[in-house]
Write a protein that binds this ligand. Structure first.
Ligand code: NAP
Length: 285
């Protein structure tokens, strides 16, 4: 089996590690515009060899794991050069723009649109983790537009790396993910900004920061190169979530100004049920 991974960073690299472990006969090739990342991936044994876009004609699988703006231009080029039996999947955090970009491509049936709900705040091949996808959800969009035989090949791979599958319409994906992922990142970035701007002496932040601050602000370490195009592509949905979030923050502030501590208590108590919701999610996995 020949597997080409374009963008050998956190997600592409983690896929490579699992594939190499599960399919010892497979050769995993890395393609990356970042020469340092490509060399790192070779040294760390994340990929077996380096390759280029000219080599894709004999691929069994092509995994596209680049920032979402880059995917819009690279995916059609990949589909232009692959063979009839190759399956290409893309793992970006937005799905409607990528599905639209190849809607009329003659090789559309060789493509499967996915979003593995797994990751960390780190980037590059050194951030790749074995078993990252175990027990996690993979959202697949427009599955009916992928050739049935190729769907089966991809699903077998997703199952082997431990993922459970959820099918979704691309627009619904982008709307829901704006709440649970995109808004969380903006809120972490702006929490980090608020604290950095206020605390002129950084040492004070480190001395007083407990695990609460650290875990809440964790996502603010994420890569701006990855997140700017996500916010650009999902702008309308993200603005909607921000309006709701800002309204909740303003309401909380108003309660504090009015010294309505009963309402503040009730507000927090009603949100406490997030515990049950998250526990339920973990049980399902
Ligand atoms: P990453 O660690 O930054 O890896 C992406 C790699 O692609 C980098 O080495 C990057 O190089 C390279 N690249 C950029 N443009 C390229 C091009 N034209 N051709 C070939 N390689 C190129 O990013 P990641 O976290 O793995 O994210 C990859 C994709 O997965 C994104 O679409 C993201 O939305 C999605 N995703 C991420 C997560 C997460 O938690 N991180 C979770 C689910 C899905 P440079 O560093 O030089 O740009």
């Amino acid at each position: 089996m020949k597997i080409y991974i374009i963008g050998i960073g956190l997600i592409g690299g983690s896929m490579a590690l699992d594939i190499k472990m599960l399919y010892p006969d497979a050769t995993v090739y890395g393609i990356d515009s970042n020469e340092k990342h490509l060399q790192e991936a070779l040294v760390l044994g994340v990929v077996d060899a380096a390759a280029s876009m000219d080599n894709l004609s004999d691929a069994d699988f092509v995994i596209l794991s680049v920032p979402v703006d880059v995917a819009l231009t690279v995916l059609p080029k990949v589909l232009d050069v692959i063979g009839d039996n190759s399956i290409v999947f893309e793992v970006g955090s937005t799905k409607a723009p990528i599905c639209n970009a190849v809607a009329n491509h003659p090789k559309r049936r060789n493509f499967i649109a996915t979003h593995p709900i797994a990751g960390t705040e780190f980037s590059g091949p050194s951030a790749a983790i074995k078993g990252l996808f175990e027990g996690k959800t993979n959202i697949i969009c427009e599955v009916e537009r992928t050739a049935f035989k190729l769907q089966e090949k991809a699903l077998e791979l997703f199952k082997a790396i431990g993922m459970r599958i959820r099918y979704m319409d691309p627009k619904a994906h982008d709307k829901h993910i704006a709440y649970v992922s995109h808004l969380s990142h903006i809120s972490a970035f702006m929490l980090g900004k608020t604290v950095i701007n206020k605390e002129k002496h950084e040492q004070d932040i480190f001395d007083m920061a407990g695990s609460g601050f650290e875990s809440t602000v964790r996502l603010a370490k994420s890569s701006p190169a990855m997140w700017t195009p996500i916010f650009k592509q999902n702008k309308v949905q993200v603005i909607e979530t921000l309006e709701e979030y800002i309204s909740n923050l303003t309401q909380f502030k108003d309660l504090l100004i009015k010294e309505d501590y009963n309402a503040i208590f009730e507000e927090m108590e009603s949100v406490n049920r997030i515990k049950e919701i998250l526990n339920g999610m973990n049980v399902k996995k």
